[in-house]
Ligand binder design. Structure first.
Ligand SMILES: *Cc1c(COP(=O)(O)O)cnc(C)c1O
Length: 364
């Protein structure tokens, strides 16, 4: 290869030039409680079944393009017809494909901050204009303020995240229903991101119907302990799933992933046990943090947002890393001054975190 300067280097899209990618610091530690994954992998029987599947797959053939078996299996599991299920490589890809179909250049999306950063990020990378409205005190969304924002900006796509990442706060049915009515009045689409829905007491999926402009997005990454597989899905009206065909890459879901998605659903009982264990640990961690005079937000997810008392959060975060515990420093995020987020891990991991916290807060 000869080294030479190109005559003119390609220039990045001007609207992307100022953006940075999505980053979550990965530090090597003993206790990793920073990215809301499951602390344990799927059951061993599942892994054996996947190994058996690998021998049956026709590796030289393209996969089933419309993932019929997977969509039928998910439909069965969630009580919805397969025609209203859409799958992609992680729920992030579901969100991106929704935005490519319903938002994009010349259209607006609406987010209520603080929330999952990818909602505004993917809106921008797909060329949409983002309008962000702040949540009220304690990160609770006021229905009147939300309806007002929808009526004012007439967004093509409105995002809710319930339970919300990074706050853990759950939207009640009255808020989702009220926002949906406002969204439908302006001809928009409401996306409810339920990545943590299995840890919560209710799901907006019960509001979905052919006559409604609502989709609920879910993932295998958290409850199903399959973040490494990259599989997410959406429940929505049939007509909408049909329209997403226009942007979906042919054969985007590989054969192995489709088989893994089907197999996982046979271990729903094992997963429900894990969810219950995490919910019990969530209570224990939140009570201990409250005892330590941390401000703890009520969480319906597998993580807890909290504010340590009178201490620089970055300091607490670093001292945890020094003790080989990694949590998420959210204190520089808009609206989250002073806050840290901890994923609920296995019981012994949570104990290590809590002991480290007690030690740090005593010494600081
Ligand atoms: C973790 C998370 C996701 C999951 O994304 P995948 O691409 O399915 O791994 C989606 N939404 C929110 C709010 C999350 O926190």
């Amino acid at each position: 290869m000869t080294a030479r300067e190109p005559v003119a280097r390609p220039s990045i899209r001007p609207d992307l030039a100022a953006m940075s990618g999505y980053h979550s610091p990965q530090v090597t530690v003993d206790v990793r409680l920073n990215t809301n994954e499951s602390p344990v992998g799927p059951p061993p029987e599942f892994v054996e079944r996947v190994a058996a599947n690998a021998k049956e797959i026709l590796w030289h053939r393209y996969p089933d393009r419309s993932a019929r078996m997977l969509r039928a299996a998910i439909g069965d599991a969630v009580g919805h017809p397969a025609s209203g299920i859409y799958c992609a490589n992680g729920s992030n890809e579901v969100l991106q494909n929704l935005l490519m179909t319903y938002a994009g250049a010349g259209r607006t999306t609406l987010t209520f901050e603080p929330t999952y950063a990818l909602h505004s990020h993917l809106s921008r990378t797909t060329g949409s204009t983002v309008v962000s409205v702040d949540r009220g005190d304690d990160f609770v969304l006021s229905l009147a303020a939300a309806q007002d924002a929808v009526a004012t900006h007439a967004p093509a796509v409105t995002f809710l995240c319930s339970p919300n990442n990074p706050t853990g706060v759950l939207e009640p049915p009255s808020t989702v229903t009220g926002v949906l009515e406002a969204v439908e009045a302006v001809g928009g689409l409401l996306i409810v991101d339920e990545a943590y829905g299995e840890f919560a007491p209710w799901s907006a999926a019960e509001l979905i119907g052919e006559g409604r402009s609502l989709v609920v997005v879910k993932t295998y990454s958290k409850t199903w302990a399959m973040a490494g597989v990259r599989l997410g899905y959406m429940i929505g009206p049939d007509w909408l799933v049909g329209e997403m065909d226009a942007v979906t890459l042919p054969y985007h879901l590989d054969s192995m992933k489709q088989a893994m998605g089907v197999a996982a659903l046979d271990y729903a009982d094992a997963m429900a046990e894990r969810v219950n264990a995490i919910k019990a640990e969530r209570l224990r961690v939140s009570e201990r943090l409250t005892d330590m005079k941390c401000h703890v937000w009520p969480s319906a997810a597998n993580f807890i947002l909290f504010r340590p008392p009178e201490h620089a959060p970055a300091d607490v975060w670093q001292k945890l890393v020094d003790r080989s515990v990694l949590i998420r420093d959210t204190s520089s995020w808009n609206g989250l001054e002073g806050c840290l987020r901890v994923t609920i891990g296995a019981s012994d991991e949570n104990s290590v975190f809590l002991e480290a916290m007690a030690d740090i807060l005593e010494r600081l």
